[in-house]
Ligand binder design. Structure first.
Ligand SMILES: C[S@@+](CC[C@H](N)C(=O)[O-])C[C@H]1O[C@@H](n2cnc3c(N)ncnc32)[C@H](O)[C@@H]1O
Length: 298
């Protein structure tokens, strides 16, 4: 039987040669997926000199070859961690990113902060551009009793979001709609106009023509999830913010993720509409401008 340690070392070498950003972590996670164990069990078996069965070896080598071709790790394992959840992802849906988890922190702070709902009530929350359902599901998970609606335009993404709602068993209403069109014209959203406490959104925001360098993003995240529809990338985010302004009650909160380069332009553009007050930008854990928080003007 082939030694697991030798096989993982070989996988690390292959992934390093393909410029995969975290080759050892990925090799361990792929071994875990191929063998049907968790990562710590793989590390334990490596220390104890364990081996790999032939069918496990075939699976692992096939996965490593795909990862070396820069297929996203999450497409190979079929899951992406997000906050306390393990979401199902694959072709056709944006893979939720760790930095987006900060949007949930800001949302939670806003719900219990001054002017927010008091944390014991049941806030009404809308996630515009939900993708896999990441933000909507995390809020539903972490704010018990919240009434959460998730809006998405892509049919493929809607299918993944529906699957994640089913698998997690969390209460989220999924709406197929274009989040840049007036909410009053969308039957499932019309009843929420002026009543929502919190809108979270991670819209497409990459400036047009700025193709991401990582093949995992450029070749596997859907274009509809990436590009913000204008040279500065803000056309879709600002149209989504206009929908948020219509949905929110006076004093309701918007938390919107943006690109590093939009830490000043997005807050300025929001403030200029006159629809928002207390517009503040926040960095993520690595110190990069990441999300704008704003309150609906009375
Ligand atoms: C950057 S991804 C974010 C997905 C998810 N919120 C997350 O953080 O992982 C943007 C999502 O917005 C969706 N989208 C793009 N334009 C949209 C629109 N006009 N209305 C609704 N959803 C839209 C895309 O299909 C994609 O799922």
């Amino acid at each position: 039987m082939t030694s697991l340690r030798t096989e993982v070392d070989q996988a690390v070498a292959v992934l390093t040669g393909a410029d995969v950003p975290s080759p050892r972590a990925d090799a361990l996670l792929l071994a875990a997926h191929a063998i049907g164990a968790d990562r710590s069990e793989i590390e334990r078996r490596m220390v104890l000199g364990g081996g790999v069965e032939p069918d496990e070896l075939r699976r692992l080598r096939a996965l490593v070859a795909e990862r070396a071709a820069r297929v996203p790790l999450q497409h190979l394992t079929g899951t992406a961690p997000f906050r306390r959840l393990e979401l199902q992802v694959g072709p056709g849906v944006f893979v939720p990113r760790p930095e987006t988890e900060a949007v949930v922190d800001l949302a939670l702070q806003g719900l219990v902060g001054p002017g927010g709902t008091d944390g014991t009530s049941t806030p009404t929350v809308v996630d515009l551009c939900t993708g896999s359902g990441a933000l909507a599901l995390a809020v539903a998970d972490e704010v018990p009793g919240a009434h959460v609606t998730a809006v998405e335009v892509s049919e493929l993404a809607l299918a993944w979001a529906a699957r994640n709602i089913e698998v997690t068993g969390l209460a989220v209403d999924l709406v197929a709609a274009d989040a840049t069109t007036p909410a009053a014209g969308v039957p499932e959203l019309a009843g929420l106009v002026g009543r929502v406490d919190l809108v979270v959104s991670n819209p497409p925001y990459i400036p047009a023509g700025m193709v991401p360098l990582e093949p995992e993003v450029a070749e596997h995240d859907p274009a509809v999830a990436l590009y913000g529809g204008s040279e500065d990338g803000l056309a879709i985010p600002l149209a989504v913010a206009a929908t948020a302004a219509a949905l929110l009650r006076p004093g309701g909160l918007l938390v919107m993720e943006h690109a590093d380069s939009q830490g000043q332009t997005l807050p300025r553009a929001l403030a200029a509409t006159g629809e928002w007050v207390d517009v503040v930008d926040h960095p993520d854990l690595s110190g990069r401008p990441r999300a704008t928080v704003a309150r609906r003007a009375p």
